[in-house]
Design a protein around this ligand. Structure first.
Ligand SMILES: Cc1cc2nc3c(=O)[nH]c(=O)nc-3n(C[C@H](O)[C@H](O)[C@H](O)COP(=O)(O)OP(=O)(O)OC[C@H]3O[C@@H](n4cnc5c(N)ncnc54)[C@H](O)[C@@H]3O)c2cc1C
Length: 465
């Protein structure tokens, strides 16, 4: 279906981006053959590091003429293989488009290039007393372009929503090479279909985003974190639903099962308080008035104790808060360290169903005799489910993964949920898309894709079964 990248194509790419920004040797390509998805690799034939929308447009022109696939890539921290060139061809990296172009205090907007690391946006706007809430746990590694393509979320989604709630304007290059500007520094915009929202979560299959305008909030003045250990896994899960039912909206409610805490301790060689507890909740509250935040903290604390919490560890200052969050942010790395072969799911359910989801996953683990470690954004109904191979024989593992995956998906769907809340369909979940979406929706999505990219040169092999 596609043509190979020939030496003359490589030469043409060098003319577009310059010699130093075209990588074609095996060693250089290795870094771009994978993202953070365990067990998925595919070598690109060439990598180009673009620095402008004009260069992206020229790369598309060449790719269209030569019929070569183009896979956009931000920081390569995705967890569904979206940036992996499963059909070979060109990997188009935005890593050099990493400038924060403007922090507009009057309009409360920041304009950035797609390769900026998300944590750098946080730090830059916070220095100005402003706040960009979406906070994927990978924030010091992933790019804002990747966040937009994946519709990334993070712990603070409980109160503040996800990436899509903050994007007001985009510049993007269509596979035809046309450069399009959508939206702007606008809090409201009802002009035609929202193409901005269509591109968010499109997993790099419709266009390459080259400039982004994000809405900001004033930085909350007070923030408190609570680490709450429970001896009973189900009691911790029940508490999450109960907090929400009490009309309190914490900034974040993260759930960490004991196995995930122990794995972090082994990786970091540091002890986490109450590591013998069956599960921890990490709850964050914020606001502008100290007394109001503390009053909510008391209600949340009382609810936790009513559900059998062993203790409440309160962190009010930055170093203590950072210590509590360090454990949470290191869970994925720790589980990879613990069992390098593993399988991670990212299901989402209505938040009131979270306790049923967690209970159901425990039952699946017992039925299959496999170690499954749950952690994640319980407050917004999104749980990361890690199935660990540990010492299971290869053939047993190979048979077990699809069976367990399908059971987890069916459980989430039966609770009114979806098969991924953050990490996207990408290359790894596409065969399961028909479980979650009916034929009519998938057909509509295929048609939308065909309008943007009739020749299917942009990120083929993703999303669609
Ligand atoms: C330890 C860890 C923790 C994580 N925690 C979270 C979390 O809390 N929440 C969450 O949502 N995700 C999380 N992730 C997943 C991942 O970090 C996010 O999906 C992130 O958005 C990926 O960004 P990236 O720059 O690495 O994108 P990449 O992996 O490079 O690309 C991801 C997708 O975006 C496309 N893309 C990239 N840039 C562009 C562009 N400019 N235009 C068009 N398409 C583009 C690619 O083609 C690909 O399909 C985590 C991952 C890890 C490893």
């Amino acid at each position: 279906m596609y043509n190979p990248v020939t030496p003359s194509v490589v030469e043409a790419l060098r003319l577009i981006v310059g010699d130093g920004d075209v990588l074609a040797g095996d060693e250089a390509l290795e870094r771009y053959s994978h993202d953070e998805t365990v067990g998925l690799r595919a070598d690109p034939e060439v990598v180009v590091k673009v620095t402008s929308a004009g260069q992206v447009s020229a790369v598309f022109g060449l790719a269209q003429r030569e019929r070569i696939p183009v896979t956009p890539r931000g920081a390569g921290y995705g967890l569904s293989g979206g940036a992996v060139a499963v059909h070979g061809g060109i990997v188009l990296s935005t890593e050099k488009m990493n400038r924060i172009l403007e922090i507009d205090r009057k309009n409360l907007m920041v304009t950035v290039e797609p390769g900026v690391i998300t944590g750098d946006i946080h730090r830059a706007v916070e220095a100005e007393g402003l706040f960009y809430p979406p906070d994927p746990a990978s924030l010091d590694s992933c790019s804002i372009g990747g966040n937009i393509a994946e519709g990334a979320g993070g712990p603070r989604a409980v109160k503040y929503g996800v990436t899509k709630d903050y994007v007001c304007g985009l510049e993007a290059v269509l596979p035809s090479g046309e450069i399009v500007t959508m939206g702007g520094k606008l809090v409201k915009n009802a002009t035609g279909y929202s193409l901005v929202q269509l591109l968010i979560g499109s997993e790099g299959t419709l266009a390459v985003v080259t400039k982004i305008i994000l809405r900001l909030l004033p930085l909350p003045k007070v923030q408190v974190d609570l680490l709450v250990p429970f001896d009973d896994f189900q009691a911790a899960a029940d508490t999450v639903a109960d907090i929400i039912a009490h009309r309190i909206l914490p900034t974040a409610i993260e759930f960490m099962e004991q196995d995930s805490i122990l794995a972090v301790e082994r990786l970091l060689q540091k002890q986490v308080p109450f590591d013998d507890a069956a599960a921890h909740l990490l709850i964050q509250l914020d606001g502008n008035v100290q007394a109001a935040v503390e009053a909510e903290m008391e209600v949340v604390g009382d609810l936790c104790l009513e559900h059998g919490a062993r203790d409440l560890l309160v962190a009010k200052d930055r170093p203590t808060r950072d210590r509590l969050w360090e454990a949470r942010r290191k869970i994925i790395d720790s589980l990879n360290h613990e069992s390098p072969v593993n399988h991670m799911e990212d299901v989402v359910v209505p938040r009131a169903e979270i306790h049923r989801l967690l209970g159901g996953i425990k039952a699946i683990a017992l039925r299959h005799g496999v170690r499954i470690v749950n952690f994640g954004h319980a407050g917004d109904g999104n749980v990361h489910v890690n199935v660990l191979k540990d010492r299971l024989p290869d053939d047993q593992w190979a048979a077990l993964v699809p069976a367990v995956t399908e059971e987890i998906y069916r459980l989430a769907l039966s609770l009114g949920g979806m098969i991924t809340g953050e990490h996207g369909i990408g290359a790894t979940r596409r065969r399961y898309l028909p479980l979650a979406l009916d034929e009519a929706q998938i057909a509509l999505m295929r048609q939308i894709r065909a309008v943007f990219d009739p020749n299917q040169i942009l990120n083929p092999g993703k999303i669609f079964p």
